[in-house]
Design a protein around this ligand. Structure first.
Ligand code: FAD
Length: 438
């Protein structure tokens, strides 16, 4: 079926052949097309889950195959969404070991992007919790991949953005929690250096994330750090209910007012409100701490008709401070303020494929798209390359072929790996076409 779809950034709508197989027979038929890519819930920001010839929507594969409530081991089909899985696991005092900032993501998407959460400094990325997954190859074979079998495919698939095949089933371990509430602590910092230091000072907390203000030139990098620990008191979690969500139809109309002036005022008020409460502690629900943005289904509409583009990078710990000043200079000279900026600390991670995390700091900057923003991202790329960092492919829409190979030498190895297995040439997304795959 021909359908117009876009991903979370909504910069473009793509008219694609969208197939939505209902069962494995239909899925096998669907991969007979000359070219395809798997798609989960479209929460990646750019073009990574888009193929004009055949975009395969996996959301009908949403069964829970097994759930060991004693050991916290679960096997699910790849199209299940975390928002549907959460009530089931929470009822038995289990939680996701790693979660992104939205629960509207599929299990397949979690693996293909190798997501990280606010606890990366403690537990690393999702890959640490994957026991095995089944991967459907373009020749119709399903192979079981784990650290023990088909390990090369295992590692290239984790963070491999759907390019190695279609993940059909995944087994992963969960995190035991005593209660569905978190104790949070909010602390403000006056500049980027204090903000960076704070991550080490508060490293014992399970979760940490900083909202950073890059619009104020006098106090560059002032921030609000939000820490959280699961509450230890044993409580039976019953009738877990999500926050109500809504669609706000007027956000698109408000988008012209969502400009640099608005951001400056908003940031100042947000910072003031938090700093006046000094080291505020409060109890928060899982939804309020992990998924505040999910309350408004269409919050991305506020970025306007040109869409939202995000630049998320990670830099080695020792290079971050120097690099961030260069990035701030670029932002100041461009006179385009990012609308939302978040900073997290990342721990060491053994990297075997092309997945994103490395020890250091990761920052995500949201902008409304314009040609000037596109130029600004190119300048960011040079800085990230210079300091040996990398960008997060699941947020990318703009990096060009030359830059991605310079930035990440593993990309060439990935290309070679896929070429050697010639049947992989059938799989492609607009993103990897941009990178010159095939
Ligand atoms: C508000 C918001 C907050 C976010 N916060 C974070 C965060 O804190 N940390 C983080 O790491 N990420 C974060 N993300 C990004 C998000 O977690 C990833 O983009 C995730 O992959 C989206 O899952 P999806 O099911 O929507 O996948 P899609 O967007 O549909 O696809 C993403 C990639 O996965 C591949 N894929 C999907 N399903 C399969 C499958 N079955 N088999 C093979 N490949 C498949 C696609 O081909 C594509 O390359 C956030 C996104 C949003 C919108």
């Amino acid at each position: 079926m021909k359908k117009k779809i876009s991903s979370w950034g909504q910069k473009n709508k793509f008219l694609v052949n969208l197939s939505s197989p209902q069962d494995y027979k239909q899925l096998l038929k669907s991969i007979k097309s000359p070219s395809f890519i798997a798609r989960g819930n479209g929460r990646s920001y750019g073009d990574s889950s888009i193929n004009y010839k055949n975009t395969i929507n996996m959301l009908n594969f949403k069964k829970i195959n097994s759930f060991d409530i004693e050991k916290g081991l679960i096997t699910v089909e790849a199209g299940i969404l975390m928002r549907d899985l959460l009530p089931i696991i929470l009822e038995h005092n289990w939680f996701l070991p790693v979660t992104p900032g939205t629960k509207n993501v599929s299990a397949g998407g979690l693996i293909a992007s190798n997501v990280h959460g606010k606890n990366h400094h403690k537990v690393g990325s999702f890959h640490n919790f994957i026991k095995w997954f089944n991967l459907l190859l373009p020749n119709g074979k399903i192979v079981k991949c784990s650290r023990q079998s088909n390990y090369k495919l295992f590692f290239w698939t984790i963070g491999g953005m759907g390019m190695t095949g279609i993940i059909t089933t995944v087994a992963f371990s969960l995190k035991r929690i005593n209660c569905d509430k978190l104790l949070t602590k909010t602390i403000t910092f006056n500049n980027i250096e204090e903000t960076i230091r704070s991550f080490d000072k508060y490293q014992d907390w399970d979760y940490s994330v900083a909202w950073v203000d890059l619009a104020n030139k006098k106090k560059i990098g002032k921030s609000v750090l939000i820490l959280a620990n699961h509450i230890k008191k044993k409580t039976k979690i019953e009738n877990y209910t999500f926050n109500k969500t809504s669609n706000l139809f007027f956000l698109t109309f408000l988008s012209p007012f969502f400009n640099n002036v608005f951001i400056k005022i908003f940031n100042s008020i947000y910072f003031f409100l938090n700093s006046s409460k000094r080291q505020k502690q409060e109890i928060m629900s899982i939804d309020n701490y992990f998924y505040p943005l999910d309350k408004i289904n269409n919050w991305n509409d506020i970025y306007g008709k040109n869409g939202l583009v995000q630049y998320q990078f990670v830099l080695p710990e020792k290079k971050f401070k120097t690099a961030i000043y260069e990035i701030l200079d670029l932002i100041n000279n461009s006179k385009i303020a990012p609308k939302l900026v978040v900073l997290k600390k990342m721990a060491n991670e053994t990297r075997k494929g092309i997945s994103f995390p490395m020890r250091g700091y990761t920052m995500a900057l949201d902008f409304s798209y314009s040609n000037n923003v596109s130029q600004l991202f190119k300048s960011f790329d040079s800085i990230i390359m210079k300091y040996k960092g990398r960008i997060y492919l699941t947020k990318d829409y703009l990096i060009d072929k030359e830059s991605i190979y310079k930035m990440d030498p593993a990309m060439l190895k990935f290309k070679k790996f896929l070429k050697n297995k010639s049947y992989y040439l059938k799989i492609n997304s607009l993103q990897f076409k941009r990178f010159g795959f095939k």
